[in-house]
Design a protein around this ligand. Structure first.
Ligand code: DGY
Length: 321
């Protein structure tokens, strides 16, 4: 019987995923869920052919260069792969797979939660209950704004953007979008395409950020683009923190240019810009996008499908390098 490949797993994974790893591989697991430094991760992969990292692990060009020669495949437990220098992997002949598709619904659900939570002041509502500072119902107390019937702009109309649009249509929202390429009429479902994001922003009562992090998209929501949004617009981000210029967003929330924001992702998370904690009109979640049992199992299984395919000399179900 051939020896099972050795795989270094950087974080604790769902039991069913670890059980499959134990069955089909010689995994080096992390039951204590220790957050490894890059050097610890590199040292841990000694003698391993596979590496199963998470978005919390940094594999820049330097780290990729230092990986042991034994490492031939990286199967990340994430759809996003900006934490891995895929060009450096290509140069070293290391295959890289990710997990698109399986976290679309969970992430789109969180975008809707953020849209509603930001529009209806959910953070403040929870705060007054928990701090026992709720002073009776009043006709003018804690007024939010409707999502229903409003215009939603989606920046990045891939799988997750389309799933957000589908949900928003149930609220009778009119959909505008910007994407690198225009979708087919079938996928567009009547949404209005804007070739330039700048042309879409004035039409956004709500804006949902759903593009991947890249040198082209990072810094997208800066002061100049916020200025193009209607006064009182609401912004949500379930993509990646670096797409937003934090200082510009915080200033716009504090000035009232934006009515509210809903954020699930942050630059430098979990060490977010501390000013967010004092912004009353921000509804803040701790990167919950894919955090359901069903989705985390599916992400793990897809990472394993990528490994299985690699070691069977078959095309990876989702290969990015
Ligand atoms: C991903 O897979 O990239 C997500 O951000 C994890 O929630």
């Amino acid at each position: 019987m051939p020896t099972k490949p050795r795989v270094f797993v950087t974080r604790k994974l769902p039991p069913a995923v670890e059980a499959r790893l134990q069955r089909d591989y010689q995994p080096v697991l992390n039951p204590a869920d220790t957050l490894y430094t890059t050097d610890q991760m590199i040292a841990g992969t000694a003698g391993c052919e596979g590496l199963l990292p998470c978005p919390t692990d940094r594999l820049n060009a330097d780290a990729v260069a230092k990986l042991p020669a034994s490492v031939r495949v990286i199967a990340t437990f994430s759809v996003g792969y900006e934490h891995i220098d895929v060009n450096a992997c290509k140069k070293r002949g290391i295959a890289v797979g990710n997990t698109p598709g399986v976290l679309t619904d969970a992430t789109a659900d969180i975008a809707l939660l953020l849209l509603l939570g930001a529009a209806r002041g959910a953070a403040n509502g929870e705060h007054v209950i928990r701090t026992n500072t709720w002073s009776i119902w009043g006709p003018m107390a804690r007024l939010g704004t409707h999502m229903s019937g409003k215009r939603l702009g989606i920046y990045g109309m891939g799988r997750i953007g389309q799933a957000v649009a589908k949900r928003a249509r149930a609220f009778d929202m009119t959909i505008h979008y910007h994407n690198r390429t225009r979708l087919s009429a079938e996928l567009e479902q009547g949404a209005t395409f804007h070739a330039r994001a700048e042309d879409m922003l004035p039409h956004c009562d709500f804006l949902s950020i759903n593009a991947p992090s890249s040198p082209e998209t990072n810094g997208f929501l800066n002061a100049a683009r916020i200025a193009l949004l209607p006064d009182g617009a609401i912004v949500v981000n379930t993509a990646r923190g670096p797409l937003v210029d934090d200082e510009a967003l915080i200033a716009a929330l504090n000035s009232g240019k934006l009515a509210a924001a809903g954020l699930d992702v942050y630059t430098g998370e979990p060490n977010i810009n501390p000013a967010y904690r004092t912004v009353k009109n921000a509804f803040l979640l701790p990167h919950l996008g894919s955090a359901t049992v069903e989705t985390r199992n599916a992400m793990g299984f897809m990472a394993l499908d990528n490994l299985d395919a690699f070691f069977a000399n078959k095309p990876l179900p989702s290969r990015v390098a």
